[in-house]
Design a protein around this ligand. Structure first.
Ligand code: 3NM
Length: 217
């Protein structure tokens, strides 16, 4: 897909599943969109997550909100779900289905891949990834099996090695530190808690937007 458009989509990348929410997920997503998120990933994973038809129903509900506001809707990991509801894309990790196989199954849909080393980045690119998620940049409690904190240096390393594929940072990103991730060379920031558990998801998204556009000093 067009790289410039993809980079616009990735700027403020909000991820959420029902177990990341202390309020109604549809309400949080709508507020986050109004605050300025540019893409949404449905990630129904971990303790107490919804399964089967309940998961499917929430995906449809959140997808319809994204469609109303013209925000791309990406599904984490669950390729069958993404295909069944015609999502705009999928995001997978290294422990999920083989990247090349996923690319073959989804055709031209957007494909994001989490990578943790230069070697993983090269093979994900070869297999057809459209963008990378790099993390955890800062400490996070949200993902139980997160790798050790990478800091900003992995983003800088990939840029130094002339990897030009779009990159989003993930893990512990909030309005106070988001500008550091952009300064390191990322095209966008992905957040869960900073928006999903904020008192005002609208305000949190608006602050992140301001700071990822680097209007903020
Ligand atoms: N992936 P929060 S860290 C889903 O390092 C996820 O690949 C990570 O949540 C990775 O914004 C992470 O609440 C959790 O820290 C991000």
């Amino acid at each position: 897909m067009n790289t410039l458009k993809l980079k616009e989509w990735l700027k403020l990348y909000f991820i959420m599943g029902s177990n990341n929410c202390t309020k109604n997920p549809a309400y949080i997503l709508t507020e986050a969109i109004k605050g300025g998120i540019t893409l949404f990933q449905f990630r129904e994973k971990g303790d107490h997550c919804l399964l089967g038809e309940h998961k499917y129903a929430l995906a449809r509900e959140l997808q319809s909100i994204c469609r109303e506001y013209k925000i791309p809707f990406i599904v984490n990991d669950d390729i069958d779900l993404a295909l069944a509801i015609q999502a705009d894309g999928v995001h997978i990790g290294q422990d999920d289905e083989d990247i090349q196989k996923v690319r073959n199954r989804i055709g031209n849909m957007l494909l994001g891949v989490s990578v943790h080393s230069y070697a993983e980045a090269l093979s994900a690119m070869d297999a057809g990834a459209d963008y990378f998620g790099l993390g955890p940049i800062f400490p996070t409690n949200t993902k139980k099996d997160a790798k050790p904190v990478q800091g900003l240096s992995f983003i800088q390393e990939l840029r130094r090695k002339r990897i030009h594929i779009p990159i989003v940072g993930i893990g512990g990103i909030n309005p106070q530190n988001a500008h550091l991730v952009m300064d390191a060379g990322a095209d966008g920031v992905s957040v869960i808690t900073a928006i999903s558990k904020a008192d005002s998801p609208y305000q949190a998204a608006a602050e992140l937007k301001l700071r990822t556009n680097l209007d903020y000093q």
